[in-house]
Design a protein around this ligand. Structure first.
Ligand code: NOJ
Length: 768
């Protein structure tokens, strides 16, 4: 039977809903009327049920709906408002049907961690940010939205916009790096890509969930879930802009974070949710907790589950992910006067409004068009875009001239990540075709003569390697049998690789982090290339052959030895479905690398947290000068990072003219243009990312030594020049002062332009 007919026959609720439905673009009062009417027919239990979000069983594994399913039981009792964690379209369709037949017949919102693509995977978000190409980022989100909605998903737990200054934190991979301005631009691009730009959700648009609100990336010592200690002023200036810009761009929902801020867990933090996000930034969507974050407030030492649930609701948290705090305690808390019915109604209304805007009341199966799931997922066009995204996201960190490679060379492709497809997919690729990702070996073999060898284990410690590689599977797939590892001795692996290297003209060594060595719950205190792989690099070095190191990683690593000893380092990150092809494109020069870092690469883990937009201190010391007593520096290392923010090489070179300002003085309400001429001084065409920084020389509060306030990516043929202009107004020169007011203070500003944050030249602008 035709599916739609079947659906209509079965479901009287849909017919009822359809008669009441008013189009999503209709005035708010129509939506208000619809929801008020619906809520007048809901019981208290059903309202609280809307505040409950659960994960699908098994999370990753293939599943079918049965009456034993915990979520089905909850639905039948009117106690579930949303479900997340499966891209299994049949499951979603079946459970949506049950939702319509149960309780108030309200469709479920269906969420999923679609982080950097759905089945087609793009480079991990940190990598994508290094493209500095907002159209590209937007397009990756658009494709992800197309694929996710074709599978039945209407809500994605993305973008992750947490600023991070500490590479020990594994989740640095999920965000856009250390800069709040760039982070804000990225946040807007993701929101546009996922939700579309016309304010109406058609069946290819998906609701975003901006996370993790707020300041999760400030986890002390880079240890996941750890406390955050930031002043409100530093939070606003250094971290909040991406969350704020997402709200201004119309983000429909937010996810509260695990950490505390000012002694109050974020998921019950009224200042963050109600005062700042809603009242100050005008956000009118709903906020969901992170998974079990409400229950975790008990561990934070705030109270028992009824207490923390009541306080979270009152602070403005609408939906409870996986804690069962709301469904389990709110009815009783209401009876005891700890919460009011108005508190519950407010949260329920916000969730129903989201469902209304998505069009789920009009057609609960809007995102379950079976024809789309075959035609619009993992298509050749999407894969071609994944290749382009990967090409633009690879950062050339070092090159002594060995790159680009000639296709006539005999190449030894070695290293444990050379044939690892899942490492290409990267963290959070649970719906992807991980095994089909193009590996470096595959990509390179398609264009050149290649020999290969695994080369080494990942880690010398077998237990550690086992837990890094298979720990996640063991948690989510009960009974999972991990394969045996370290079956071939490390010495033999190295000997094989060295033998292949000796026969070759050049070695491509593929090393770094597999997809589980970064991401959630993957903090490291040692962020170097893991020991077993480092041993391989040393043995390869001893052959005297030129070595190109392909760095697979989700975070900045400490690479001082590699920077000295390797002939070239190409940071390919986890580049996604088409990684291997894009790697070959860049290695052989069919594509000229253009990406630039959005996080500082430290020399040494002891430098962390490390970020370019730091304050000056009263006893500053030049970044590149050695130790000196009684100034702000280290005995055993200089202050400078190994590779600074904004850094990345190309196969061509660029020169920058001095910066000129259209005027040396700017009235407070005026504007000034800063210009530079950039010239391609090499022999290949290329794309250069031109960056504008400011420094507020004297202010009523201390200000960073440099702050990014603009960037352009320009294409230049060999010998060609272009003038790049940036307009500055008081907006770019403002900051949150000690009283938390957004102000531009009169006085001098240095306006600097350059190819990275270190190599800038500037002019002085007086604002009055
Ligand atoms: C926990 C993670 O912190 C969050 O990013 C994710 O969206 C949820 N789990 C749901 O999977």
């Amino acid at each position: 039977m035709d599916y739609l007919c079947d659906m209509n026959l079965k479901n009287i609720t849909i017919a009822l809903a359809a008669t009441l439905f008013v189009a999503a673009c209709a005035p708010k009062s129509d939506m208000d009327k619809y929801i008020a009417d619906l809520m007048s027919r809901m019981t208290l239990e059903q309202k609280i049920g809307q505040l409950n979000l659960h994960s699908a069983p098994g999370f990753i594994s293939a599943i079918r709906v049965t009456e034993e399913d915990e979520n089905v039981k909850l639905l039948r009792a009117g106690q579930l408002g949303g479900l997340y964690g499966t891209g299994n379209t049949e499951y979603i369709r079946d459970i949506q049907q049950i939702a319509l037949e149960s309780g108030a017949g309200i469709p479920l919102i269906i969420g999923m961690d679609v982080i950097h693509g759905f089945q087609t995977v793009f480079p991990v978000p940190l990598a994508l940010s290094t493209s500095w190409n907002m159209d590209l980022v937007e397009q990756t989100a658009r494709i992800a939205a197309t694929e996710a909605t074709a599978a039945g998903i209407n809500w994605v737990f993305s973008p992750m916009v947490d600023i991070c200054r500490d590479a020990r934190w594994g989740r640095i991979v999920e965000g856009g790096g250390e800069d709040p301005y760039l982070g804000g631009e990225l946040a807007k691009a993701y929101v546009r890509g996922y939700q579309g730009t016309d304010g109406v959700y058609d069946d290819h648009d998906v609701m975003v969930c901006v996370k993790h609100y707020a300041l999760y990336g400030g986890a002390e010592a880079g240890r996941d879930y750890n406390s955050v200690f930031l002043s409100r002023q530093e939070a606003l200036n250094g971290y909040m802009r991406p969350y704020q810009q997402a709200a201004y761009a119309g983000a429909a929902s937010y996810m509260s974070s695990f950490n505390e801020f000012e002694g109050i867990p974020a998921s019950m933090n009224k200042y963050l949710m109600d005062d700042l996000l809603r009242k100050e930034w005008g956000f009118d969507g709903f906020i969901v907790s992170d998974a079990t974050a409400i229950a975790e407030e008990v561990n934070h030492g705030i109270g028992d589950l009824p207490e923390v649930s009541a306080r979270s609701l009152q602070a403005g948290l609408d939906m409870d992910m996986n804690s069962d705090g709301y469904v389990g305690t709110l009815q009783k808390s209401l009876a005891e006067g700890r919460v009011t019915e108005a508190d519950i109604d407010k949260a329920c209304r916000r969730i129903l409004e989201a469902k209304y805007k998505l069009g789920l009341f009009e057609n609960p199966f809007k995102y379950l068009d079976a024809t789309r799931s075959v035609k619009e997922i993992y298509t050749p066009e999407h894969l071609a875009f994944a290749r382009k995204a990967a090409q633009e996201s690879m950062v050339l960190l070092k090159n002594n001239g060995v790159l680009p490679l000639s296709k006539n060379l005999r190449i030894a492709v070695v290293g444990p990540l050379a044939q690892n497809a899942a490492a290409m997919a990267g963290a959070w690729s649970m719906s992807a075709h991980n095994d089909e990702c193009v590996t470096p070996l595959q990509g390179i073999s398609e264009v050149a003569r290649v020999t290969s060898a695994e080369g080494s284990w990942l880690f010398k410690d077998k237990e550690l390697e086992e837990s890094v590689r298979y720990g996640l599977y063991k948690i989510f797939m009960p009974g999972y049998q991990a394969p045996d590892i370290h079956t071939v001795p490390q010495e033999r692996l190295i000997a094989e690789a060295v033998a292949k290297a000796r026969q070759a003209d050049v070695v491509v060594a593929c090393v770094g982090e597999i997809e589980t060595l970064n991401g959630e719950g993957a903090s490291r205190t040692d962020i170097s290339i893991p020991d077993a792989q480092k041993e391989l690099l040393k043995a390869l070095k001893a052959t005297g052959k030129p070595i190109v190191m392909l760095l697979v990683t989700g975070r900045p690593l400490t690479l001082t030895w590699e920077d000295t000893e390797m002939d070239a380092i190409l940071n390919v990150w986890s580049p996604g479905s088409e990684g291997g092809h894009a790697i070959a494109d860049v290695l052989f020069g069919d594509v000229n690398p253009s990406a630039k870092l959005t996080t500082s690469f430290p020399r040494n883990v002891g430098q962390l947290p490390l970020y370019y937009n730091h304050k000056n201190t009263g006893r500053p010391h030049p970044d590149d000068k050695p130790y000196q007593k009684f100034v702000s520096c280290y005995i055993d290392e200089i202050n400078a990072p190994l590779y600074p923010f904004g850094y990345g090489l190309s196969y061509t070179t660029y020169s920058y003219s001095p910066v000129t300002l259209s005027a040396s003085e700017m009235p407070m309400d005026g504007s000034v243009t800063a210009s530079v001429t950039v010239t391609n001084t090499g022999s290949r065409s290329g794309d250069e990312i031109v960056q504008l920084y400011i420094h507020d020389v004297y202010a009523t509060s201390t200000r960073p030594v440099k702050e990014l306030k603009g960037f352009r990516k320009v294409h230049l043929e060999p010998g060609a020049s272009t003038q790049v202009e940036f307009t500055l107004t008081k907006e770019e020169l403002s900051y949150y002062n000690h009283d938390l007011q957004w102000v531009c203070e009169p006085g001098d500003f240095e306006i600097m332009v350059g190819p990275n944050c270190r190599d800038t030249e500037g002019a002085t602008l007086r604002v009055q």
